[in-house]
Write a protein that binds this ligand. Structure first.
Ligand SMILES: NC(=O)c1ccc[n+]([C@@H]2O[C@H](COP(=O)([O-])OP(=O)(O)OC[C@H]3O[C@@H](n4cnc5c(N)ncnc54)[C@H](OP(=O)(O)O)[C@@H]3O)[C@@H](O)[C@H]2O)c1
Length: 226
């Protein structure tokens, strides 16, 4: 669903892995019939479209992997639809493995900084000029895990939109007389597409009910942050 930059990348990865693409659905085309009995949907559309798409798919009990960001204000509404319909959803602001590692590092940094008020941290997200939401969902998730150990800390995010950057995230830590920087650079959208296809296989290979994150797909954990 959503045949833009990510939709094309998902198509390429899925075909290369031998999967069949039943349907390519763009704006205004989502009906139950349009899905052509697909086993799973992969949704990369836009912030104002995703939640309605997910609620429709839940009503039809079609499991879905959602990579769209910027709709999380409606997460509880979507979760309630998925749970009521006993359907399944995997969502993640970032389907790359490297960002999962970065989130884990951010959690450790957050724990350490909770005991170290003399240290600050901030986040930077850099994306192509067409990205519709800011800050990025990934930067938001990093901020959330940093704050896990101390909700009073701000950990501000700066978003830069420029050129064709697929996605760069930085975590900067500043202490008295020293600095530390973690950086994740997505060089190619294929990494996100591959993560989304892995999540789709996870949903199909052992049918599940409920709302899951990529962390649960990759590491089998119950924590929904990330
Ligand atoms: N989770 C991740 O790993 C990850 C990675 C990269 C991007 N993203 C996110 O994924 C989303 C898509 O990114 P992108 O770079 O592929 O954007 P894009 O190139 O703008 O593609 C979005 C596509 O969705 C279509 N669309 C819009 N509303 C729709 C609807 N209601 N139903 C079906 N299709 C609809 C658009 O059609 P029109 O062109 O006709 O409007 C467009 O073809 C963004 O939210 C982005 O932030 C997530």
């Amino acid at each position: 669903m959503g045949f833009g930059k990510m939709g094309h990348a998902v198509r390429e990865v899925a075909l290369a892995q031998g999967h069949e693409i039943r349907a390519e659905i763009d704006i205004g085309q989502l009906t139950r019939e349009s899905l052509r009995s697909a086993e799973v949907a992969i949704e990369f559309t836009q912030p104002d479209a995703a939640a309605d798409n997910l609620i429709k798919l839940a009503g039809w009990k079609v499991p879905v992997v959602c990579g769209t960001t910027g709709w999380y204000g409606r997460l509880e509404e979507v979760r309630s639809s998925v749970e009521t319909s006993q359907s399944a959803l995997v969502y993640a602001p970032n389907f790359s493995l490297g960002v999962q590692f970065l989130l884990r590092a951010a959690r450790e940094i957050g724990n350490a900084l909770a005991q170290r008020p003399e240290f600050d941290a901030y986040l930077v997200d850099i994306h192509h000029r067409a990205k519709k939401d800011a800050p990025s969902g990934t930067a938001g998730a990093m901020q959330q895990v940093l704050r896990g150990a101390d909700h009073t800390r701000a950990y501000p995010i700066t978003s830069i939109r420029s050129g064709e950057v697929p996605g760069t995230h930085e975590l900067h830590v500043e202490g008295p007389g020293e600095s530390l920087t973690f950086q994740h650079v997505a060089r190619d959208r294929t990494i996100f597409a591959a993560g989304a296809v892995t999540a789709a296989r996870w949903l199909v290979e052992r049918p599940r009910q409920g709302v899951f994150t990529l962390e649960q797909v990759l590491f089998g954990e119950t924590d929904e942050t990330g």
